[in-house]
Design a protein around this ligand. Structure first.
Ligand SMILES: C[S@@+](CC[C@H](N)C(=O)[O-])C[C@H]1O[C@@H](n2cnc3c(N)ncnc32)[C@H](O)[C@@H]1O
Length: 290
């Protein structure tokens, strides 16, 4: 079967199964199978695929049509220009989460501080390690710590650190929120606490895409009655580990702005909300008094 025919047939199948961004998925799966860049698909439309390749491609298409996200099939997702291994133990990094990384860099430049300062940063609920590793790639002298309650997620994060050559830069620690660094060695020692924590309420989860509901790890979404509970536990802990003047930088859900701002009262100043590219309030920052 010619490449173009396989691609067209794969796409048709995905569309029939209501797969979002079906054209992109059809291409990505063929690129993955052939181990080729997108340009190859469009410069070799007449290429004859072997029977084995055709069979394998339609197997991948069937898997995607069943709802399994493309990234769990290919095992990869790009974040901040870096290639991350992903599997069902970790949330697939989202483009909007890049705003957390961007915000930390903006706060550093707004304070006229240098990129090569010796910042100490902790990423809470690191998942694939995407935020911590993106920050490590931008801040060459920073010491990064990353916590997660899921040992399986931390294994993926550690592999990503090694693959990206940054395993000496980030210390991954299993535990509940900031508990792993709530000890005398670290109290009042961090410049930034960053996090994209679970923030989707249990009832809301029923309405998200099946890719998210049925395939991404439940622990990544928490099992939350309201959605904002984690922030309520995280902010008081962040006040303990941050230096005076240190910042909390957290991603929030589209409907969480007011609830999260209400939790940033005593001990915090300069609270700001930054929108994502769609104009949705996405990142909240607050500075510890002092
Ligand atoms: C929404 S995901 C974000 C993952 C990653 N930071 C990202 O942006 O793609 C939340 C992460 O928090 C972790 N998590 C959930 N509850 C936690 C807790 N109580 N303490 C630490 N991590 C937790 C989950 O295992 C998951 O990896």
């Amino acid at each position: 079967m010619q490449l173009r025919v396989a691609l067209r047939t794969g796409l048709k199948n995905l569309v029939e199964h209501h797969v979002p961004s079906a054209d992109l998925a059809a291409e990505l799966l063929l690129m993955y199978l052939l181990n080729r860049e997108r340009a190859f698909l469009y410069t070799h439309p007449d290429l004859d695929l072997s029977d084995e390749e055709v069979h394998s491609y339609f197997q991948l298409i069937a898997e995607r049509a069943s709802g399994r996200p493309t990234q769990y099939i290919t095992g990869h997702q790009e974040f901040w220009g870096l290639d991350f291994e992903v599997n069902p133990a970790v949330l697939i990094p989202r483009p909007e989460t890049e705003h957390v990384v961007e915000t930390v860099l903006e706060l550093i430049s707004e304070q006229r501080l240098a990129r090569n300062g010796s910042y100490r940063i902790v990423d809470v609920g690191t998942g694939s390690g995407c935020i911590a590793l993106a920050l490590a790639s931008e801040l060459p002298q920073a010491s990064l710590f990353a916590t997660d309650i899921s040992a399986a997620a931390l294994e993926v994060a550690a592999r990503n650190a090694a693959r990206l050559g940054m395993d000496k830069r980030v210390e991954f620690i299993e535990g509940d929120l900031l508990a792993p660094v709530l000890n005398p060695e670290f109290l009042g020692r961090f410049d930034f606490v960053v996090s994209n924590p679970p923030y989707v309420a249990r009832a809301e989860l029923e309405y998200v895409q099946r890719e998210v509901r049925d395939f991404e790890p439940r622990i990544a979404w928490g099992d939350l009655a309201q959605g904002e509970e984690i922030y309520g536990r995280l902010f008081p802990q962040a006040l303990q580990v941050l230096k005076p003047g240190g910042h909390a930088v957290v991603e929030i859900g589209y409907n969480k702005k007011e609830a999260v701002l209400r939790l940033l009262n005593e001990g915090w100043t300069e609270t700001q909300v930054r929108p994502d590219l769609a104009g949705i309030p996405r990142v909240v920052t607050a500075r510890k008094n002092g």
